[in-house]
Design a protein around this ligand. Sequence first.
Ligand code: WQD
Length: 345
Amino acid sequence: MKKILVTGGLGYIGSHVVVVLQEAGFDVTIIDDFSNSSIKVLENIFLITGIKPSFFEIDLKDKVKVDTFFKANKIDGIIHFAAYKAVGESVQKPLDYYRNNLEGLLNVLESMEQYQIDNFIFSSSCSVYGQADQMPIIEKTPLKRAESPYGKTKAMGEEIISDFTKAMNKNAISLRYFNPVGSHKSYLLGDKSSGIPNNLLPYITQTASGLREQLIVFGKDYETKDGTAIRDYVDVNDIADAHVLALQYLLHKKNKDKLEFFNLGSGTGSTVLEIIEAFERANNLKIPYTISNRREGDIQEAYADFSKAKEKLHWQPKTSLEISMKTAWEFEKKLKENEFKIPNH
Ligand code: WQD
């Protein structure tokens, strides 16, 4: 049984990936520092799969703890999610982002070198493309300067991994996610960040549940069909599946380059207003919203061409936007229910 380390395995995408890895027969170990997650996620993973993953609470900046972990655990492959991800916060606290996202990555890569681990999957982002000149975006689309320190840590991460894999003869894949949405079909895992959500879908679900008064739509003066910005919303379960395929691709040595990049998107661009409407239609609800100015650093349009992932990883998105909208809402409702539950003693 191959042993896979998932860093940040209690986060939104990481937790979904842990479940599909376990279902595919991998022995999963999680490292997480609870900076944007909770122990409850570990229990929920167990409720879904019936398998308790090994878990280590480690901040990856702690080199000594990281080294102790790798010394004691033989790992066949690493999927690296652990990172801060709030775009706006990264503009306010750039050094925290560079230190956390890059130092964590460097410590993991150093351990790969020291403990002879060959395979690495990096959690990257469509933000590395900036405002691309052509749609849909392919992996060869030239990268523009990322706007936020968050986006820059992803672009720099890819550069670091590229140099590292060449020098040390390691194999890596960088998965560039577009906008992940939806939740696990059990509604036990989903997008639950602490504080006010930055991303559109959690903001919509929190508005629907009454936690937020209304949604603010950032900008209606873009050159798009209804004036609001276009993104590629892709179901988190589909994204999770791609990690298993990417891992098998590396383990079976199918890669030609030391580092390969794949876009993970639905291939369809949706405006903010279309997403609101899709959510309302799927769940028979009304979302109160107002229009305000553009959000700083936002781009007008991004959607993926995922044909490279289809051809090489045999991956394609399976979940409709309607289903993602429904599961996102079911997850939010379940969260609310649980908040009011009095624990049994
Ligand atoms: C989507 C659209 C907003 C909130 C970023 C990162 C990316 C990925 C996901 C991190 C935009 C609009 C949003 C709101 C709104 N990484 N919006 N009102 O900016 O495409 O991508 O997050 O986890 O790497 O760059 O995602 O969900 O923030 O925004 O109108 O309250 O919704 O302006 O057009 P984004 P998002």
